[in-house]
Write a protein that binds this ligand. Structure first.
Ligand code: ADP
Ligand code: ADP
Length: 226
């Protein structure tokens, strides 16, 4: 039932920057864990490694018992949401969400049903035919989250997804994400440098040190939801 395991991971880039150093962490299935720490402490490097983007210099990363590369190539269990929504401007909202499903193949009617279901869940049921340029930043981020959810990933990786949004939109999306997490019951790794966001969202916080790439502590956050 372990979803993600980092075992004594070092990451040293070619220019000798040490991004992670003896990093150890184990995340159980169904957890929402935030990676919290100042800029440059290695949060993105750790997250990207889970997605198979970058190998550890030393040590190992396992995701559902696979290596990240295997998981990426052989399954559809991982989805990534970045700070930038990365939508295709010439495709409407529905087609943006459908794109990864279409690339995979399968029953088109079912795919469309699922895309509409997740778009309704993020509050965009009335915007299926809208184009990205017609949407606010918060709505674009909702499309990006819907696109990730449509693939029904077991693991959702989010790298500062709300950092570019205004405070009110950010709060709305934080609460929506908690709601989605409870409904869809997936594992989420969430990178942030915002203490408030980490405490609000996660059931565990991996606090990373300004000394690059060290895990300084693990905090359990005990919030019981109604
Ligand atoms: P964070 O996400 O916590 O801001 P990063 O994981 O992006 O931190 O970066 C950790 C450290 O690794 C930083 O010092 C950063 O400059 C460095 N770094 C990240 N990516 C590369 C790269 N491709 N080449 C060299 N150094 C990098
Ligand atoms: P759809 O399948 O929704 O019709 P397409 O991908 O076929 O969308 O492209 C729709 C329009 O976008 C076409 O006019 C095409 O030339 C244009 N287009 C396709 N790829 C790009 C791109 N990389 N940059 C800008 N425009 C593009």
């Amino acid at each position: 039932q372990e979803a993600v395991v980092f075992q004594q991971v070092d990451k040293i880039f070619h220019n000798e920057t040490v991004a992670l150093s003896n990093f150890n962490l184990s995340v159980n299935q169904g957890e929402l864990v935030c990676f919290l720490g100042p800029s440059g402490c290695g949060k993105s490097t750790a997250l990207r490694m889970v997605a198979g983007l970058g190998e550890p210099t030393n040590g190992r990363v396992h995701v559902f018992g696979y290596s990240p590369k295997q998981l990426l190539e052989e399954t559809n269990d991982i989805a990534f949401v970045f700070q930038d929504a990365n939508l295709l401007p010439w495709k409407n909202v529905l087609d943006n969400v459908l794109l990864p499903l279409r690339l995979r193949g399968g029953n088109k009617k079912e795919q469309k049903k699922e895309a509409i279901r997740v778009l309704k869940m993020v509050g965009l049921g009335d915007y299926l035919k809208a184009y990205p340029r017609q949407l606010s930043g918060g709505m674009k981020m909702r499309v990006s989250i819907a696109r990730a959810l449509a693939a029904k990933p077991k693991l959702l990786l989010m790298d500062e997804p709300f950092a570019a949004l205004d405070e009110i939109t950010r709060q709305a999306l934080q609460l929506e994400l908690l709601d989605i997490w409870q409904k869809e019951k997936m594992t989420i790794l969430f990178v942030t440098h915002n203490v408030y966001e980490a405490v609000l969202l996660s059931n565990r916080i991996a606090v990373m040190s300004a000394r690059p790439g060290r895990l300084s502590s693990l905090m359990d956050i005990d919030i019981s939801f109604p």
